[in-house]
Unconditional design. Structure first.
Lengths: 164, 574
């Protein structure tokens, strides 16, 4: 098939439960003590929590590979916001698993290597994937194999007429 | 290779016909722009397409056939559509057919002249024609300088749809020989307000231009500004800088030339909205100030505040003349410096009291200039602060010069003490043999300066801190003015309300699939993030921030060199 199945790596948490607990706490505190400072502090905490859920907490990350079009990375936040990046196939050089030494352990992460337009052998940028979910190596290897299947097809596909 | 067909979602319910669009052979993709319905005469269709191609410079052709069969059996139509492929010869001939109300369409290609009879895979990509036409793609920074050969495939598609505006002008209700379906085929939609605004904006711009020109002529009569005292004042007051900046903006807007590129248009629009909001906020501030005689209250409190500041300074000097923080100062030098500064403050207070009857009137007239904009009002505030704290600036300069002199004297005499000399020609320290009387006097002066150093240093420290305080307050005001000047409000509003106009890229959504049918994707526009909007469309401002790092600033403070907190572009470096 021309398109890779939707590879989804999930890391879910019940954010609504967290919100309900905090709301209950606020109500209890407000009833017990009617203080301006306390209400201000609670208000600020709520605002901070909303900002955190909307901008920081990533619930789900996914990678969509379409052989003839490109790669699409989607990250969906706890508040429902989705941020998408699409990288055209012409800019992609390869998808690899990189090792990094962090403190006392070695971590593995999947990344996309982008082509340098000037230098055919060079790499202009490295885009790391799944930075919030950080899946383990066995999961990464599966994703890597599926990506490589599709990327190989693009290299062995017959050239269409009119290409320079 | 896989064949990609970009199909406009507005044509999903169109009647059967032939597909018209552009074929991008290097990407093996077809961008469909419209559907031409039966009946038509092939020669007329070809003529029409070549005319459109001549105007838009986009190579259009008939790409295939589209059959929307509401009934189940329409066998002969498919043969008819295949025969059409021989009339409009196009490689490959795309045939899309939709049965009833089914979501899954079948798409096949006919290749007559290819050696490879393998069935090509097809991907159907739906796109919103109107949004893609109006959108402006912002390429990522690293590919902005790429050549045409490596040009983004997406930008080719956006370019095709955007340039084919003339194709979308004919709608279904026209009496021409060709009946098209595209996003505007139900008639051109327009809003009366938008049309009226478009009609009114041209005369408004010309009026603005004439007003501007007459004003500029009036100002140029005052070529007297070129002479020394006035031009010096002009460069020192930040209000005048701001006014000059705004005048430049007005010039940009009221030029008669239409904006050629998207960037130019956005810049003009941003300047216009920024000016509008600025003037509106200024008028709001003015109306607030002039109500309930607030100007009078302000003038009444200004003199007592200036008096209070002067009294505080006097107390500070008395403290310095005693034993500040337990330090023991040189009595004579202390008294001299203290009295000198006290006399200065006395002069300043008399000057303020002299001005006090006129303050309210001056403030009243100066407040009127707030109608030129909030930025002008803030600049005036900053200038008033600078004028009111002029004595602190003077004290800082005196203290700094004295201290600087002392430090240079000390370093030079220290070199003499060790038997060395500064060689100006070679810019280095050389050894030198001094006479006995030179050494004697040098050492004496060195000791005197060294023991007087703590007193001078303390005065310098106190006045530098005061000056830095004033500089920080003025700096904050200028930061605010810069923010208002450079914020691209029109772009931000556009991103908020019509986010498809500023595109960072596209995003694809995989729609339901069925075996045997081609893959369906929905292409949507991925709008630019607010941060990149502000970064791309920022308006340039006239102030440049100090390039000194913290270490060089500390070095300057230690040596007693005068610090100029900000420089404007175009000012000569001292």
């Amino acid at each position: 098939m021309a398109s890779l199945p939707h590879m989804v790596v999930q890391a879910q948490l019940e954010c609504c439960v967290q919100l309900i607990v905090i709301a209950e706490l606020c109500v209890c505190l407000a009833v017990l003590q009617n203080s301006m400072v306390l209400s201000a502090a609670i208000f600020i905490t709520l605002i901070g929590l909303i900002i955190y859920l909307h901008f920081v907490k990533i619930d789900q990350e996914s990678l969509l590979v379409i052989g003839s079009l490109g790669l699409q990375l989607t990250a969906s936040y706890a508040s429902g916001k989705e941020s998408t990046t699409f990288i055209e196939m012409g800019r992609v050089k390869d998808v690899v698993i990189n090792e990094a030494i962090h403190m006392q352990k070695v971590i593995y992460y999947l990344c996309i290597l982008l082509q340098d337009p000037g230098d055919p052998q060079g790499i202009s940028e490295v885009v790391p994937l799944f930075q919030s979910s950080k899946p383990r190596l066995d999961c990464l290897i599966e994703v890597y194999r599926s990506c490589q299947e599709i990327l190989q097809q693009r290299k062995t596909a017959p050239q269409s007429n009119g290409i320079k | 290779m896989v064949l990609k067909v970009f199909f406009p979602s507005c044509c999903s319910s169109a009647e059967s016909g032939i597909l018209v669009g552009r074929w991008l052979s290097e990407q093996n993709s077809a961008v469909i722009l419209a559907v031409v319905h039966f009946p038509f005469i092939p020669v007329q269709v070809k003529q029409y397409l070549s005319e459109v191609q001549r105007v838009t410079k986009v190579s259009l052709s008939v790409l295939g056939s589209w059959s929307n069969s509401k009934q189940e059996t329409e066998e002969n139509l498919s043969k008819f559509l295949e025969d059409l492929g021989t009339i409009f010869s196009h490689e490959p001939w795309i045939q899309i057919s939709k049965e009833g109300n089914s979501k899954f369409w079948s798409c096949s290609t006919l290749q007559k002249h290819s050696n490879n009879p393998k069935e090509e895979e097809v991907i159907l990509i739906y796109y919103d024609q109107r949004k893609v036409m109006l959108s402006h793609l912002h390429p990522p920074l690293d590919t902005a300088t790429s050549t045409d050969h490596d040009a983004s495939k997406l930008s080719a598609i956006f370019h095709t749809v955007a340039k084919s505006k003339i194709l979308f002008m004919t709608d279904r209700y026209d009496d021409g020989p060709i009946k098209l379906t595209h996003w505007q085929s139900d008639g051109v939609e327009a809003s009366i307000i938008v049309e009226l605004m478009k009609q009114a904006s041209v005369p408004a711009c010309t009026h603005l231009a004439t007003v501007m020109l007459s004003f500029l002529q009036y100002v140029c009569i005052f070529g007297v500004l070129k002479f020394w005292p006035l031009s010096f004042l002009w460069s020192k007051l930040s209000t005048c800088e701001q006014l000059g900046h705004r005048l430049q903006h007005l010039q940009v807007i009221s030029s008669n030339k239409k904006a050629q590129t998207q960037t130019q248009f956005m810049r003009k629009a941003n300047i216009f909205v920024s000016l509008l909001i600025d003037v509106a906020l200024g008028i709001l501030l003015m109306s607030w100030l002039y109500r309930k005689n607030r100007i009078g209250h302000l003038a009444d409190t200004l003199i007592p505040v200036a008096d209070h500041v002067a009294e505080e300074l006097q107390d500070l000097l008395q403290w310095l003349m005693g034993a500040p923080a337990g330090l023991k100062m040189n009595r004579a030098l202390d008294q001299v410096l203290g009295r000198f500064f006290l006399y200065h403050i006395h002069l300043w207070i008399s000057y303020i009291h002299l001005m006090s009857p006129f303050i309210e009137m001056i403030l009243w007239y100066v407040g009127l200039s707030a109608c030129l904009g909030l930025t002008v009002a803030l600049c005036i505030l900053s200038d008033i602060i600078a004028l009111l704290t002029f004595h602190i600036y003077c004290f800082y300069v005196y203290g700094a010069r004295l201290y600087c002199l002392k430090i240079y004297g000390l370093s030079s005499l220290w070199r003499l003490f060790r038997g060395k000399k500064w060689n100006v020609l070679r810019q280095r320290v050389d050894s030198c043999s001094y006479d006995l009387d030179q050494l004697f006097i040098g050492t004496l002066l060195f000791t005197i300066l060294l023991f007087l150093l703590p007193t001078t240093a303390l005065y310098y420290l106190v006045f530098t801190l005061l000056r830095l305080l004033v500089v920080i307050v003025q700096g904050l005001i200028h930061l605010l003015v810069d923010l208002i000047d450079s914020l691209p409000l029109y772009s931000i509003l556009l991103r908020l309300c019509r986010s498809y106009r500023l595109a960072a890229g596209v995003k694809f959504r995989v729609l339901e699939q069925q075996d045997g049918k081609p893959l369906r994707l929905l292409m949507q526009i991925n709008p630019l993030s607010y941060g990149s909007v502000v970064q791309t469309y920022r308006l340039p401002t006239y102030s440049c921030y100090p390039k000194d790092s913290w270490t060089s600033l500390c070095k300057k403070l230690f040596l007693g060199e005068l610090i100029y907190p900000w420089k404007h572009k175009g000012e000569k470096q001292d």
